[in-house]
Structure formats: C-alpha cells, structure tokens
Design a protein around this ligand. Structure first.
Ligand code: GLP
Length: 234
C-alpha cells in the first residue's frame, strides 16, 4: 500500500484528483467506484472546482440505505447528487436502489452492473470498525452485493447525520468486498483520530475478516490518504 500522510483534506483531495486525471487521460470512458461519508467530500469539492470532464465516464456507488428514497437528504443518492453529480455530470451514475421491493433481485441487478462495467478506480472511506462500503466485520472476503444488517457501532457512528439514533436505517445494500477487490486501483481516505485504530489494523495488522479493510493488503494498487491524526498509531 502506498500510504500518503497529508496535512489537510485539501492536500489529500489534490493527490486523488491527479490519480483520477491520469485515469481519464488513459480512457475518458473510465468507470469510477464512488463512496459517501464525510471522508471523500473534500475530494468531490476539488473535482467540482476542477476542469475535469466526467461526461464520458461511468460511476458505480458502493452502497445505499434500505428504505430511503432520493428525496431523503440522508440517502446516498441525495448525497452524491448534491456533492457531485448535479455539478459534474457523468455519462451514467449507478447506485443500489434502497427502495427496491425485491432486495435479493436488486443485489443481482447490481452485480450485473459491476460485471458489465469493471471498475478502474475505486474510492473508499473506512468505518471506525474497519468496514468498507457497508461490509461489516465478519463479512467474507469473496462476497458480492448483499443486504447488510448494520452493526450497533455503525448505527451509532452514522446517527450524527440523522435526527436521532432511531432514525438511522437498520439495513443497507452494499457492494461486496469481492467486487471492491476486483477494482484495478483503489484510493482510501481516512481523516481524524477516530479512524486511527482502524488504519493501524488495516495497514499493519493481519489480514482478517474482523477488519474488512485489511483485505486491501492483498490488492496490488492501493493508495491510502490519511492525515496525521488517522496516522497517529502507525
Ligand atoms: C459509512 C459508509 C462508508 C464510509 C463510512 C465512513 O458507513 N457506508 O462507505 O466509508 O461511513 O464514513 P465517514 O467518511 O463519514 O467517516
């Protein structure tokens, strides 16, 4: 893993932007795997303020809450539109449909989308418990898109975005670790002290399903962009 310790999220965003630009220079019809959460926001801001052109590119998001539609400001489709897609149009944007009546069919539909559009570059954040997407500790490394029961720690961590803890959805649809690992390149962002243990376990710990992000040690092209606080236990 190529670990870059940055002094600000803006600096991290510029490093990521350069990797995106290099990828688009190779192929302007690239497929980008995108993430939500606070960690990639500075990167999306930098992308919006750049002259980068995504109009031939495809995006595939990692996850979506079950039961939230696009009008709900906590849905990930809403997040992606307001932070990126409304300002930087792509050829096509894919996200799991959290309102699907048949969730099993929705996971199959999403796997087909990923198979049809192999991901060139995947963005990741990381949960405090080491989750990536919504692949919680214990998730098998070869899993594809699946419906997840969120752990109490993830519900707690994400409650800050909702009116209260009870308003946080209990389930999500997530791209699987197996699909994430098939991406040709991966960038993981982590900022702040609350991520320090997860970052230590991811980079220096053993590869174990107890820390989903530790699987990234088995990938040959991962850039980890972290600040001093997230790097403080390394
Ligand atoms: C959620 C998302 C993850 C994200 C994580 C960390 O659980 N499903 O994709 O990486 O939160 O979020 P943040 O970047 O806000 O710390």
């Amino acid at each position: 893993m190529d670990v870059k310790i940055v002094s600000s999220q803006e600096e991290g965003a510029q490093i990521a932007l350069k990797i995106f630009q290099d990828q688009l220079a190779k192929n302007n019809a690239s497929v980008f795997g995108l993430a939500t959460g606070s960690s990639p926001i500075a990167f999306y801001e930098a992308a919006v303020n750049s002259d980068i052109d995504f109009t031939k590119a495809t995006s595939i998001n990692l996850d979506e809450y079950v039961g939230l539609d696009g009008n709900n400001d906590q849905s990930y489709i809403y997040f992606m539109k307001s932070n990126l897609f409304d300002k930087k149009p792509f050829k096509v944007n894919y996200l799991p449909n959290g309102m699907a009546k048949d969730l099993a069919a929705e996971t199959k539909r999403y796997d087909q989308i990923i198979d049809d559009n192999p991901i060139d570059l995947q963005i990741l954040g990381i949960g405090r418990n080491g989750h990536i997407g919504f692949n919680e500790p214990g998730t098998p490394f070869d899993i594809t898109t699946h419906v997840v029961d969120l752990t109490p720690s993830t519900i707690e961590a994400n409650a800050r975005f909702f009116e209260n803890k009870d308003a946080v959805p209990r389930q999500a649809i997530s791209m699987g670790i197996g699909s994430i690992m098939k991406s040709k390149k991966i960038i993981l962002f982590a900022y702040g002290e609350s991520k320090a243990q997860a970052i230590k376990d991811t980079i220096e710990g053993s590869v174990t399903t107890h820390v989903p992000a530790s699987v990234l040690q088995n990938h040959n092209d991962v850039t980890v962009i972290i600040d001093q606080a997230a790097a403080s236990l390394l």
